[in-house]
Design a protein around this ligand. Structure first.
Ligand SMILES: Nc1ncnc2c1ncn2[C@@H]1O[C@H](COP(=O)(O)OP(=O)(O)OP(=O)(O)O)[C@@H](O)[C@H]1O
Length: 206
């Protein structure tokens, strides 16, 4: 699915990583770990094509993502630190917006889905008035409403309570068994839930 070939990244004259190579196959989950400032977010942004590597290549389905970025983007779901939720809109309106972007009509699934995510009674208030964990749950609705094969998630468990964490882990399992791939950063220990977890450790380099 994904192949990272000799990727390097330099920020503020500091080499965060150099000649980094690895691959992620369908059905695999990889956790990128390392101390603050090691370059985890920078790596995810390069793989998503939001930033250019100083050297190296990112391939998706055997093709450099820069050659046909639109096709890669159609297969990618990225949720970063900034969750992409519009705080002025309600949860319902946010989901409608994401659907509209993907040309999907309202098929009556939004309210049941928001209920599944524990947002009953909160569907129609501005998202900015919700708690941090509730706002995160709104952002994560996209994981239930998207057909992207590759998920790149920067700290997706942030602010979630135990039930939220379990719900998200369950969703990951379904995605993996459907042949999806997941690349994520998290301080959550996922080894018990994902026997097949791959780990990439970045060191803080001076
Ligand atoms: N756009 C940028 N311009 C300049 N420096 C940057 C930029 N983005 C990141 N950096 C620097 O690159 C380094 C790595 O940042 P990055 O956010 O990738 O780390 P991280 O491992 O995700 O950290 P954290 O665990 O704190 O989220 C930091 O020292 C940061 O200051």
């Amino acid at each position: 699915m994904l192949e990272i070939k000799a990727v390097s990244c330099i920020k503020q004259d500091r080499c965060l990583f150099d000649s980094l190579s690895f691959s992620l196959k369908a059905g695999e989950i990889m956790q990128v770990e390392g101390p603050n400032g090691a370059g985890k977010t920078s790596l995810l942004r390069i793989i998503a094509g939001f930033a250019r590597a100083d050297d190296g290549q990112v391939l998706f389905a055997g093709e450099d993502i820069q050659h046909n970025y639109d096709e890669f983007a159609a297969n990618l779901l990225f949720i970063g630190h900034k969750t992409g939720v519009n705080g002025q809109l309600s949860a319902y309106e946010n989901v409608r917006h994401w659907q509209a972007v993907h040309g999907v009509r309202d098929n009556g699934e939004i309210y049941p889905l928001l209920a599944q995510l524990g947002l009953v009674g909160l569907e129609d208030v501005p998202v900015r008035t919700l708690s941090a964990g509730q706002q995160r749950r709104v952002a994560l609705v996209r994981l239930w409403h998207n057909h992207a094969k590759l998920w790149i998630l920067d700290e997706p468990f942030t602010a979630l309570d135990k039930k939220g964490v379990a719900l998200l882990q369950q969703r990951f399992q379904t995605h993996l068994s459907n042949g999806g791939g997941i690349l994520l950063t998290t301080h959550q220990d996922l080894t018990a839930q994902f026997a097949q977890l791959l780990t990439l450790s970045l060191e803080y380099r001076l």
